[in-house]
Design a protein around this ligand. Structure first.
Ligand code: AMP
Length: 400
């Protein structure tokens, strides 16, 4: 039995099931341009419908700040939802009140309806009890299936649980099980790649990870700050000089916790921040002195090999952030090679690999590696808060 209440714990038949999903899909000219998020929620919708529950979808779209905004309506999603579920999808122009009640009163068991953007009401983001009560009038059971929104205590992610039985949907369940496998109860040794631009956005994450990991591989612009903290002088590289003490204390904490920190031993150094910029491979250590116009834009060849060989000793890998400025060739090389190595080890059954966070998904897709990872989370903020060791309010309500 999982630690969370799931669809296996409830009987949905004949019930009005409020299902909180993530429909924050990319749209252009009123059409869905990327349906990945819809694809992910199909198992939950299909199962509830097949079991004879009325599927009532709740979601937000964009940031309308508590009032109706025409181009943030969920209406354009109906067509794609209907195509993908293979069923008609009814739409209510409001998620509470008369419009919602009338739409739901016409539903038969197994039908699907979508209610308008929850954030058109100020009570949503305030988790206002009156608004949660108004939402709750439309349902008998609450199924939380939007992990990506579970770091926010809103009426439709948390408040509803005060009014009715609450379980997670299949998408949320898969995400929670993957995350549990990665940091909750991982096969050891467990390591992480933490890369990307800045230390400042990932302080809490580093602080939590060093308590849990055997190896922490630091890459990207973040690694520069750590190298400078050790004494290097890195010219025009991205460095957060106000965080040198912080970087040192993270290294000290890691040592005390027996977490080995791996920094790049060489880098691709260029004088221009642009695709195709001329560059050289240069050894990096505490003594490195770059010229004022030089910058490290990627991990070097030895550092990349070292990352790959670290991977081969791990049983579990968590990945957030690229190893270099991967959007510009050739500075995508370390990220691509390392991602492909993790993908191969995962395919071979040697590694459990979990990745997440906005740019990470793009980087792994660029390396054509995402499909082989054990799990790739498309949740940005929620994935990072989970990596920071925080209890997410929308997950707390699902615990047994
Ligand atoms: P984050 O959102 O923190 O994961 O950062 C991702 C961004 O970091 C990407 O846009 C990368 O281009 C950038 N990045 C990674 N390594 C470097 C580097 N060495 N110098 C400058 N930017 C980098």
């Amino acid at each position: 039995m999982t630690a969370f209440k799931t669809l296996d714990d409830v009987d949905v038949s004949g019930k009005r099931v409020l299902v909180r999903v993530d429909l924050n899909v990319p749209m252009a000219d009123g059409k869905v341009t990327d349906a990945t998020r819809i694809l992910r929620i199909l198992p939950t919708i299909g199962e509830i419908s097949e079991k004879g529950g009325k599927v009532i979808l709740l979601a937000h779209f964009g940031r309308p700040k508590g009032k109706p905004v025409e181009d943030m309506s969920l209406a354009p999603v109906v067509e794609t939802l209907s195509d993908m579920t293979g069923k008609p999808v009814a739409f209510a122009s409001d998620c509470i009140g008369e419009a919602a009640a009338s739409c739901i009163s016409k539903m038969h068991d197994g039908d699907i309806a979508l209610l308008e953007n929850t954030r058109f009401h100020p009570g949503e983001e305030k988790n206002d009890p009156d608004f949660a009560r108004a939402l709750a009038q439309n349902g008998d059971l609450f199924v939380a299936d939007a992990f990506s929104a579970s770091h926010r205590a809103h009426a439709s992610t948390v408040g509803l649980s005060d009014h009715m039985e609450t379980v997670c949907g299949r998408t949320m369940q898969a995400e929670l099980e993957a995350l549990e496998q990665a940091l909750g109860n991982p096969r050891k040794p467990v390591g992480a790649v933490v890369g990307g631009a800045k230390v400042s956005t990932k302080l809490d994450l580093l602080d939590n990870l060093v308590e849990k990991l055997d190896v922490l591989i630091i890459g990207g612009g973040m690694a520069n700050t750590f190298l400078v903290a050790q004494g290097a002088s890195l010219g025009a590289s991205l460095v957060e000089n106000d965080l040198l003490d912080t970087a040192r204390s993270i290294m000290q904490k890691a040592e005390a916790q027996n977490c080995r920190i791996v920094l790049p031993t060489d880098g691709a150094v260029a004088t221009e921040f642009s695709a195709g910029a001329e560059n050289r491979n240069l050894a990096l250590d505490a003594q490195t002195q770059l010229a004022d116009n030089e910058m490290v834009l990627d991990a070097g060849t030895s550092a990349t090999q070292a990352v790959v060989s670290e991977f081969s000793n791990l049983k579990t890998l968590v990945w957030n952030g690229p190893l270099g400025a991967f959007e510009m060739e050739p500075f995508d090389r370390a990220t691509v090679q390392a991602a492909q190595a993790a993908a191969r080890l995962t395919r071979e059954g040697e590694l459990v690999s979990i990745a997440g966070g906005g740019d990470t998904v793009a980087a792994l897709n660029h390396a054509d590696a995402a499909k082989d990872f054990t799990y790739v989370s498309t949740a940005g903020g929620a994935f990072l808060e989970w990596m920071e060791g925080k209890e997410l309010p929308g997950v707390a309500i699902l615990r047994r």
